[in-house]
Design a binder for this molecule. Structure first.
Ligand SMILES: CC(C)(COP(=O)(O)OP(=O)(O)OC[C@H]1O[C@@H](n2cnc3c(N)ncnc32)[C@H](O)[C@@H]1OP(=O)(O)O)[C@@H](O)C(=O)NCCC(=O)NCCS
Length: 190
């Protein structure tokens, strides 16, 4: 590839990323969101991060649930608030989802951490998870958090890379109670 071509393609990739933005999930996003969920399931990946059965049957109720979950309305005492965002491209396609829990209490500080994310299978390797995480770190910083924690299974090399590209530093690694999976705890200073 000529030097010019390489530069053009780097520019295209930066443009593609710059054209993306996070959005909370609204009723208008029903088709885009379900299209993303369907792609995960068609690829054999269970979409276990949110109540997609409800999303399919009553998207308005799904949106209401997400809003209540974000605003800490009606949550059981051991469930921390969580805000769910999707990353949209210029055409309004949902590229991935990221969930942010600003305040952790046990067991979330051990298992889920502050942030979780997933990118639709056809769009992986384009930098979207890295961008989503960077955008949520800005939100965490704006809330006054000084650092966030993300646990990651050691075999999830792509996610490890996303965390490290956003400044993550490993605190410890070990077998998770219950599952026995090897999980590393990363912190990102804000
Ligand atoms: C993990 C996940 C979110 C990454 O999304 P993504 O949009 O592809 O991530 P990015 O493109 O921003 O970055 C991926 C990085 O991992 C690297 N990578 C991907 N697969 C890899 C592998 N098998 N080994 C090493 N590095 C790998 C990529 O090269 C890239 O790094 P680079 O920019 O230095 O080249 C996506 O694979 C996914 O949704 N997986 C299923 C859900 C999941 O595991 N969520 C995280 C739970 S902690």
């Amino acid at each position: 590839m000529r030097g010019d071509d390489a530069q053009d393609s780097a520019g295209d990739s930066a443009d593609t990323l710059a054209g993306t933005a996070l959005s909370e999930i609204t009723s208008e996003l029903a088709a885009a969101y379900l299209d993303m969920v369907n792609e995960f399931e068609a690829a054999g990946e269970d979409y276990g991060w949110n109540d997609v059965d409800l999303a399919r049957h009553d998207f308005t109720a799904f949106v209401d649930d997400l809003r209540n979950e974000s605003l800490d309305i009606g949550l059981p005492p051991d469930i921390v608030p969580q805000t769910t965002y999707v990353l949209l491209d210029r055409e309004g396609r949902a590229l991935g989802e990221i969930r942010f829990r600003p305040h952790l209490t046990p067991p979330f500080e051990q298992h889920n951490g502050h942030i979780g994310y997933n990118v639709r299978p056809s769009q992986r390797g384009n930098g979207y998870a890295t961008r989503m995480l960077a955008l949520v770190l800005e939100k965490a910083r704006a809330l006054g958090l000084e650092r966030v924690m993300l646990p990651v299974r050691d075999e999830n090399l792509a996610s490890l890379r996303v965390i490290v590209k956003n400044g993550g530093v490993m605190e410890r690694t070990g077998a998770e109670l219950g599952s026995g999976e090897i999980v590393s705890i990363y912190w990102i200073a804000l």
